[in-house]
Ligand binder design. Structure first.
Ligand code: HAM
Length: 421
């Protein structure tokens, strides 16, 4: 048997419904926050991520699905959605003043060659948000409230904390990296990843899953921040608290992608110890990829981690999907009328169905029971010749007798139940 690739999923029945509901709720929240959708290709030039995300990141150095096309061009399946959005912004000149601030969201699959485990896949899906042309505490806080609104929409309201930190850049960062390296020189038992990170991206050592806990006494990045940035982090924190968001400052929070420049944040599900939403500001990326100097910020939500959280917290987002009517056709002539009725009802936005394999009444009722229908109608030769059809309401057990042309009106509530039988 051919099996799906490791780290991927098949979603069907209630799981695919749940997936779609999560997406719908995201769209609903993004609509009220006044964002527009951006749709970009699923594969991009490898160079975009090498330059955009950084070749010291795990994502670029060891997790990309790479391929060359027939002309030898190097492409990758996108390992994240921010660099592609920035590429599209520059290529389509979306940064013109009348578009700014440009607020975009995207939905789609992301590919990373990671070690699969619960909540970690090789193909997963992100709901992402990016804002271009604004750099302010107001915007930082609004992005976090947007994430929170999405979680509220899904009724996810326990075991979630938002960790925030402020990544320093420029000279402040250089001074900090020198001190951090001095501190790390006293360790001779660092894991292989940390040993490479010391030279490539020393900040990432702080959130190493293996060694991270050893660095409690490491110099704190925050102490190297300018007074203005220290103030900014504190104000952001206080504003989040005022909005009743469960925020915590984590001075060791650094992100796995190299482009962040200021506020970074992660919504963590503390029960599964995983980030479900993560992002921050990245004020240099647009210019770095060949566009104008333009501040930017955003975040991405992992749909699979949201679904894991829903199931772990026993939250069902599925609404009642009852059929308005299930039709049991008992003859060839009945099948013809069934298609007429199905089409008429469906054109009127009624949810109706039948099962073409039904051979007799018993099988018909068995099939109806399985599909959870509000009403059942049996179409047989007698009802056809008398133009008299009996519709049975499953909830009350009552039947009503109708002419064929009255059925849809009755289902829509436009015809009263006059002749109860
Ligand atoms: P990220 O932290 O790499 O950030 O991913 C964002 C979210 O995607 C994570 O918090 C998690 O929910 C989900 N995720 C990541 N890896 C996996 C995986 N292997 N399996 C399942 N879910 C996963 C970014 O991708 C940035 N582009 C976010 C951003 C947007 N920053 C600014 N704008």
């Amino acid at each position: 048997m051919i099996q799906k690739p490791r780290g991927t999923q098949d979603l069907f029945l209630n799981n695919s419904k749940e997936w779609n509901t999560v997406e719908e709720k995201f769209r609903k929240v993004l609509n009220v926050f006044n964002y527009g959708e951006i749709i970009t290709p699923m594969f991009e030039s490898k160079e975009l991520f090498v330059r955009g995300v950084g070749d010291s990141s795990d994502i670029v150095s060891k997790e990309m699905y790479e391929f060359t096309d027939r002309k030898g061009r190097e492409f990758v399946l996108r390992p994240e959605g921010t660099a592609p959005t920035v590429r599209a912004l520059i290529e389509n000149k979306l940064y013109i003043p009348e578009n700014l601030p440009y607020k975009a969201f995207y939905i789609g699959p992301i590919f990373r060659y990671e070690r699969p485990q619960a909540g970690r896949y090789r193909q997963f899906n992100q709901l992402g948000v990016e804002v271009f042309g604004v750099d302010s505490i107001g915007n930082d806080v609004e992005l976090i409230t947007l994430s929170q609104s999405f979680l509220n929409e899904l009724n996810i309201n326990k075991d979630i904390i938002v960790e925030i930190n402020y990544l320093i850049s420029g000279d402040e960062r250089k001074a900090y990296e020198i001190e951090l390296k001095k501190y790390l020189a006293s360790f001779n038992d660092l894991c292989a990843d940390c040993q490479t990170r010391i030279n490539k991206n020393v900040l990432r050592i702080l959130d190493c899953k293996i060694d991270g806990a050893k660095f409690n006494y490491a110099p704190k990045m925050f102490e190297f921040a300018s007074e203005e940035n220290k103030k900014r982090l504190n104000i952001t924190y206080n504003q989040l608290k005022d909005l009743a968001i469960n925020a915590q400052i984590n001075f060791n929070l650094v992100r796995g992608l190299d482009y962040y420049t200021g506020l970074v944040f992660e919504f963590k599900n503390t029960k599964i110890d995983q980030a479900i939403i993560a992002g921050g500001s990245y004020n240099n990326l647009v210019e770095q990829l060949g566009g104008p100097s333009l501040p930017a910020s955003g975040f991405a939500i992992g749909i699979e981690r949201i679904m894991l959280t829903l199931s772990e917290q026993n939250i069902s987002v599925l609404t009642d999907q009852e059929l308005d009517l299930f039709i049991i056709p008992l003859s060839e002539a009945a099948q013809v009328l069934t298609n007429k009725l199905l089409l008429d009802a469906r054109t009127n936005n009624l949810k109706v169905d039948t099962n073409w394999n039904i051979k007799n009444l018993k099988a018909g009722f068995k099939a109806a029971k399985r599909v959870n229908a509000k009403n059942i109608i049996v179409i047989g030769d007698n009802s056809i010749s008398n133009n008299d059809y009996s519709i049975k309401c499953q909830e009350t057990g009552e039947s009503v007798s109708l002419k064929f042309e009255e059925i849809v009106k009755y289902l829509k509530g436009e015809k009263k139940n006059e002749k109860n039988t």
